[in-house]
Design a protein around this ligand. Structure first.
Ligand code: PRX
Length: 646
């Protein structure tokens, strides 16, 4: 924790949409009269038919139901594209920067319209209709955004799957939402390395079945297998259709997308977001948190496979008629200055990234940053995991030349958009704190018994009431939705995060309190990694926990018990790492695997993760009560053989 305060710079207070007094007034209004507040701000998007009802939400046990603007009619693609054409047809909507610094594209709003409408026609000709699910498994190329917006135009529900996921993970997501159409590319390109997307899609389809059409973007030109009748090249299909494609009329509560995310148990959940409330919320948070003014260049470094990419590369910026930068590559290729070179090349004004990238770049020293100008930057953002004060200070001093405020935005796939974040013209900053709630957001801290913590203190972070960007359900499983988020504390949305509130009412997110890991800003369930490990023929049992990692935030520590007769070896350790990468994807690569003859269990057979976490964190001096263990002796072995490579 840091007790330093960075006051709002005077020029920011003057130019920003919201200063301190206005934040206070708007926040109060949003809490006292949510109907009035959101009724007014809902009109920031275009409605084909206006809503008469604003908020109809309940967190009541067994009857959770979330509806915003429910009788309004609109279309997300219309709001992100068509609506801007009279004024901005020739303005750049998307700047695309390729993996190789020699490749870039500038796509105007008119071009965006034409590409999206064309592709919507391609999908329509393949039978895609309102409500159908379409899976998008793409690299960071403009076609990924076109595909998302084409679905929105038709009223189809997209499910974007991060290109780093394995065929198995992709197959699970295709099956869960029953999509018959997949959009992909021959290969992805990151840091000069090729990613076999089409091969993965073919494998996934073989597992999942039921896929009727695959549309393939030619990105690298490497030869790929095209199944006649099923697979078609994007450019071939797009050449046959027109740029005329009307926007489907969508009810505010019609689904916009599904995005799979990990929880503490079971398979990843299909988080469902709908049309009206989501767009109002992401467009409003984008404008106010990034204090976006017309003509500025905004760059969010996330992948469109994550919610950050959905909300703050595509929907939030485009709903505001902004210019959004989409980057195909990685921060360190071809040099450690790449991010800042891109900033200089495209005159980026607002830069939004994850702490893990900053920590990695920080290790390379100041020189790769200082050798660039970055004079265009005026605001920096952070998202995805807690940012340690050292990284925050470095970001502020070295990247921002002590000139740019930092907005540390706390939110989740489930929340649609940022919920706790500074507003740069209104909020004094404290390094490491996400600061204060956005309009309409009512955080509360509860202790283990559900008692409300008033004033300064720490507890589990819950939200007292709904906001328009909130997820509506788990796709196909409303019971799981209620169980996961609303059963821990009645009438509250439980975030899964721990949090502290200081004397000034500032929030400091301390990280997940459940069995969800946050590895380099990527969310993973311990249960997923465990089930991948036990699927290996030599593994009898596995328990996975997180441990503090200097760059990744959290590393993956796996305790593995082998089948009787199987010999532990470094080779087997490597094999298991490869196995997990193959089962889930490289983001799930275990950092440390400790072979253990036994795992600490209660007499009823439940693994005591608390103990495993303490050992992994090197806090075995404070293991707590181990007397309830069936065999307290296993703990000694675990402590003795603990791995200690950071
Ligand atoms: O633990 C919190 C952490 O990331 C989790 C949500 O992950 P995901 O759904 O993948 O969405 C990430 C991008 C919005 C949260 O439960 N988290 C996210 N942002 C922050 C954060 N932790 C601390 N500070 C943040 N700014």
């Amino acid at each position: 924790m840091s007790d330093k305060i960075y006051p709002v710079p005077a020029d920011w207070a003057a130019r920003a949409y919201v200063d301190k007094a206005r934040y206070e007034a708007m926040y109060q209004a949003s809490i006292e009269d949510p109907e009035g507040f959101w009724g007014e701000h809902g009109r920031r998007i275009h409605w084909f038919a206006p809503y008469t009802k604003v908020k109809n939400t309940s967190f009541a046990p067994g009857a959770v139901s979330i509806r915003w603007y429910e009788d309004g009619i609109t279309n997300v693609a219309y709001n992100c594209i068509d609506r801007h054409l009279p004024e901005r047809a020739d303005q750049v909507a998307i700047i695309w920067e390729g993996d190789d610094p020699s490749e870039q594209k500038h796509i105007t709003y008119q071009e965006l319209h034409d590409e999206v409408a064309r592709f919507a026609n391609v999908l329509r000709l393949r039978g895609v209709e309102k409500g159908d699910r379409v899976t998008i498994y793409m690299p960071m190329i403009p076609e990924a955004a076109y595909a998302m917006l084409a679905c929105a135009r038709l009223g189809a529900i997209h499910s974007v799957v991060f290109g780093g996921f394995s065929p198995d993970s992709l197959a699970g997501r295709i099956t869960d939402c029953g999509s018959k159409v997949i959009i992909t590319a021959d290969e992805g390109l990151r840091g000069g390395r090729k990613i076999p997307l089409k091969i993965n899609v073919d494998e996934a389809i073989a597992i999942a079945g039921g896929v009727e059409h695959v549309v393939v973007v030619r990105r690298t030109g490497s030869p790929v297998n095209m199944v006649p009748g099923r697979d078609v090249w994007w450019h071939d299909a797009a050449a046959l259709v027109t740029t005329e494609c009307p926007c489907e009329e969508m009810g505010a509560e019609d689904p916009l997308f599904i995005l799979y995310t990990s929880g503490s148990t079971g398979k990843p959940k299909g988080v469902l977001h709908t049309t009206g409330g989501y767009l109002v919320y992401v467009s409003m948070t984008f404008q106010y948190i990034f204090d976006y003014h017309g003509g500025e260049i905004f760059w969010c470094t996330a992948d469109v496979g994550w919610v950050t990419g959905h909300s703050y590369i595509v929907y939030g910026p485009l709903a505001n008629g902004a210019t959004t930068l989409m980057f195909e590559g990685i921060p360190t290729y071809p040099t450690k200055s790449r991010m800042w070179e891109v900033v200089d090349k495209h005159k980026v004004n607002i830069f939004y990234t994850a702490p893990t990238a900053l920590r990695a770049l920080m290790q390379a020293g100041d020189e790769p940053v200082k050798s660039t100008s970055r004079a265009s930057l005026r605001l920096l953002g952070s998202v995805g995991e807690p940012i340690n004060p050292e990284a925050w200070e470095w970001y502020h001093r070295v990247v921002g030349d002590d000139r740019c405020p930092i907005v540390d935005t706390w939110w989740q796939t489930e929340t649609g958009g940022a919920l706790i974040s500074p507003l740069p013209g209104a909020t004094d900053l404290k390094p490491g704190s996400a600061t204060l709630p956005f309009f309409g957001v009512q955080p509360e801290l509860l202790d283990a018994d559900g008692k409300v913590i008033e004033g300064a203190g720490a507890g589990n972070l819950v939200l007292k009431d709904s906001w328009p960007g909130q997820m509506r359900t788990v796709y196909g499983d409303h019971a799981r939705f209620m169980e996961t988020y609303f059963s821990a504390y009645p009438n509250r949305y439980f975030t899964g995060d721990g949090c502290r509130r200081d004397e000034d009412g500032y929030y400091w997110i301390t990280g997940r309190v459940d069995d969800v890991l946050n590895v380099s800003g990527h969310r993973l369930g311990t249960a997923e990694v465990e089930s991948a490990l036990v699927a290996h023929e030599y593994v009898s049992e596995a328990a996975v926990v997180g441990y503090p990692h200097d760059i990744k935030g959290q590393g993956i520590y796996a305790y593995v018990t082998l089948m009787v007769g199987v010999e532990a070896s470094d080779q087997l350790r490597k094999d298991l790492v490869t196995w997990v990468r193959h089962e889930i994807g490289p983001i799930a690569t275990p950092d440390l695997i400790q072979f253990a003859p036994g795992l600490p269990k209660t007499r009823s057979g439940k693994i005591m993760r608390r103990i495993l976490r303490k050992i992994a964190e090197d806090e075995h001096g404070s293991l707590g009560d181990t007397s309830t263990l069936a065999d307290p002796g296993v703990v000694d072995d675990l402590v003795t053989n603990r791995l200690n490579k950071r």
